[in-house]
Write a protein that binds this ligand. Structure first.
Ligand code: PEP
Ligand code: MN
Length: 360
């Protein structure tokens, strides 16, 4: 799939007046839960009603989905509310059942995208379908794996393709459940500008109070839509309870989000400027995260020095860091003067943290 590859612009064909919205519970739990949420979402901006029928759980023993019976409930959703439906498929049997029950949009989950065998099995089962197929990013931050999955589906003559950015696992504890690593999504967008990209702030955040900000960043970065987990009683949800919002909260979120113009207006100066500024904001936040982490490590060094009664300032080590950073900076087109100023200031802050540990 060479860079110039054109994808069918199924999203433009829908002529929506706002970004695509996929909403609904993490999991279908009971028929009445599925129908109640769907009725609450019926007269809103929601385009596709999502509900997980088969749930990939990291650890066994958690709720693993209601299975095929849930597809009947999704059918009722379509009949009663007119909402189109969406669910996750993870093998050939899921695909066959989802197609039999006429689910309109199928997505491949993050834990499946990591496996070329699974993706190929799904692609073979979907060969030539006219359903919309979205590929979530793999759990690990690997752009090729994500692209590879899209290629397998494309090779299976599936025209209506898109991707979902749901963040990446990390061993590090951060405020996110899955790190957004926006740059990976931006790289995919620049490589395939015609491939619709949807953001999933629920799985990135893992907690409902971050959903708005993540959604706004996604819209600032020109994402084509949002997938937001929505439940009538979020705290009692059988899976992902902390990250689901009520239908009422979902509407508030959409009222407050600043939606950027799509389509031909993308060339517009302000739009491009906003997009670039959003990229800068993402990069600045990651610089601060890294600096914060660096200071935490510096404090541990301070503790170690305190325990052994060693001086805070170790000039050999400091000169070695500076020399290395000047060389590395050069390779990145950063001037020696800038590197000196930057690292002197970082070093001072480190020493301040270490001194606080030594002389509390
Ligand atoms: C989901 O959408 O409920 C889900 C399991 O997502 P992911 O594959 O992103 O973890
Ligand atoms: Mn979920």
């Amino acid at each position: 799939m060479e860079n110039s590859k054109k994808f069918r612009s199924w999203l433009d064909e829908m002529k929506l007046s706002h970004p695509l919205v996929i909403a609904g519970p993490c999991s279908a739990e009971t028929e009445s839960q599925v129908l109640q949420i769907a009725h609450d979402l019926k007269d809103t901006d929601v385009n596709y009603y999502r509900a997980g029928i088969w749930k990939p759980r990291t650890r066994p023993g958690n709720f693993e989905g209601v299975g095929a019976i849930g597809l009947k409930w999704l059918q009722r959703v379509k009949e009663e509310t007119g909402l189109k439906t969406a669910t996750e498929v993870a093998n050939r049997a899921h695909v066959e059942l989802a197609l039999e029950y006429d689910v309109d949009l199928l997505w491949i989950g993050a834990r499946s995208t990591v496996s070329p065998f699974i993706v190929q099995e799904i692609a073979d089962a979907l060969e030539g379908t006219d359903k919309i197929i979205l590929v979530k990013n793999p759990v690990n931050p690997d752009l090729s794996l994500w692209i590879g999955a899209v290629e397998r589906l494309h090779n299976a003559n599936i025209e209506k393709l898109g991707v979902i950015h749901r963040g990446f696992s990390s061993y590090k504890k951060t405020k996110y459940r899955n790190l957004p690593e926006w740059q990976i999504a931006i790289d995919l967008q620049s490589k395939y500008p015609d491939l619709p990209i949807i953001n999933d702030p629920s799985h990135i955040s893992g907690r409902r109070d971050l959903i708005f900000d993540v959604s706004q960043t996604a819209l600032d970065l020109n994402f084509d839509g949002l997938m937001i987990e929505t439940h009538c009683d979020p705290d009692k949800a059988w899976s992902d309870a902390e990250q689901q919002v009520t239908p009422a909260r979902l509407q508030e979120i959409f009222k407050d989000l600043k939606v950027r113009k799509r389509g031909s207006d993308q060339a517009d100066f302000h739009n491009s400027l906003d997009q670039l500024r959003a990229q800068i904001d993402v990069l600045d936040a990651s610089i601060l995260d890294t600096l914060g982490e660096r200071m935490t490590v510096a404090k541990s060094i301070g503790q170690l020095k305190k325990d052994l009664n060693v001086a805070v300032l170790q000039s050999n080590r400091w000169n070695e860091i500076l020399g290395r950073m000047i060389l590395e900076g050069e390779q990145r087109n950063l001037s020696e003067e800038f590197i000196l100023k930057l690292f002197k200031s970082i070093h001072q802050e480190s020493i301040r943290h270490q001194e606080k540990i030594m002389n509390p």
